[in-house]
Design a protein. Sequence first.
Length: 149
Amino acid sequence: MSTSQGETIVREEDGVVYVRTARAICLRRITCCGFIGLSVFLFLFPCFILTIIVEGEVVYSTGDRVGEEVRFFQVMEEDTRGFGMSWGSVDRELEDGNYCIKTEVRYLVWEGEGDSLSYCECYTELGDGEWDVYEFRGSNCEEVIEPEE
């Protein structure tokens, strides 16, 4: 068995040499990993949707602050049915450890309407690790003022 010009001889039978290139091997591995990933996704996605339906929401924390989270939820209003997703991230750091979270909300509805929106919440520490919203604004966190003492 030998190697030449990026080809690897796999086996030789009855005078016939079977050759597989490194590119073919790599493509085969990528395809196999992609198929396994797709299979896992197709298996877990119904479990995820079932959890949202049973529990009403699924929340994943993306940071160690209040409001830094990704939230998937079910929309069951009188005239609107569907799913929603919201994610919050720190938009502004203020003095004394206060901060503002900008939250984006998107909807996937099959009955009624769900308009996307964004809003800003600013938090101040009350003590003992508790936080309180001291200001709530539309989508603009830029004009936020410091809390009054």
